[in-house]
Design a protein around this ligand. Structure first.
Ligand code: IMP
Length: 193
């Protein structure tokens, strides 16, 4: 079984991706690889941040690895918070403060359209490959649900009446941006096997 390092410290992302990919590949987290660093996300695109994370880990381990960067892009806010999703309300990366600011900025807006976009950067034998997953949906007026993370309590994906935070992980994975990007990664890995 091929081993891949997943360059993240976010346990929710690890759980979600392991559910999709875990049977076919041996996914090792940074913690399991004994790497204890907080990789910076200094760039202004999801692609550049994903590259930063995967190249940082590849340069340390020289092992095949992938990373992902995700942003919530809200139409009425010209695509904000986008690449700044984690730090929308400040450097504390506080999920609740980010939600509060988002709902505040959308007050009285009728256009609630939003999408999550995930970019995966895979570094394999030193070459980089990108995979993208998008989940369209809308931001509701008041948060609901306590599962998941980040903006999950205010996001309803197209085709559902529940927020991501009201769904089990399996339900979220039916719709999710991260699952779609991971499917493309899996397809790619299956083709080159
Ligand atoms: P990151 O930079 O890829 O770690 O993610 C940026 C921010 O986007 C996170 O801190 C979360 O607030 C948010 N985010 C990423 N993925 C999701 C998701 O699946 N659901 C809800 N929020 C998410």
């Amino acid at each position: 079984m091929r081993t891949l390092i997943f360059a993240t410290n976010n346990q929710h992302k690890i759980d979600e991706i392991k559910k999709v990919i875990g049977e076919q590949f041996n996914i090792i987290t940074l913690q399991e690889a004994g790497i204890n660093i907080d990789i910076p996300e200094p760039h202004d695109t999801l692609e550049a941040n994903a590259t930063e994370k995967s190249t940082t880990i590849y340069s340390i381990t020289k092992l095949d690895c992938f990373s992902e960067d995700t942003g919530l892009e809200v139409e009425a806010l010209n695509g904000e918070p986008g690449v700044r999703s984690a730090r929308y309300a400040g450097d504390g990366k506080n999920f609740q403060a980010n939600i509060d600011l988002l709902l505040n900025n959308l007050e009285n807006r009728t256009n609630r359209k939003a999408r999550f976009r995930t970019v995966i950067s895979l570094l394999m034998d030193g070459k980089e490959f990108f995979f993208e997953g998008i989940c369209e949906g809308e931001i509701i007026q008041q948060q609901s649900g306590n599962k998941g993370f980040g903006y999950d309590p205010v996001f309803i994906p197209l085709g559902s009446s529940k927020t991501f935070a009201e769904m089990s992980m399996d339900e979220k994975n039916v719709f999710s941006h991260r699952r779609k990007a991971t499917d493309l990664l899996l397809q790619f890995l299956a083709e080159i096997k």
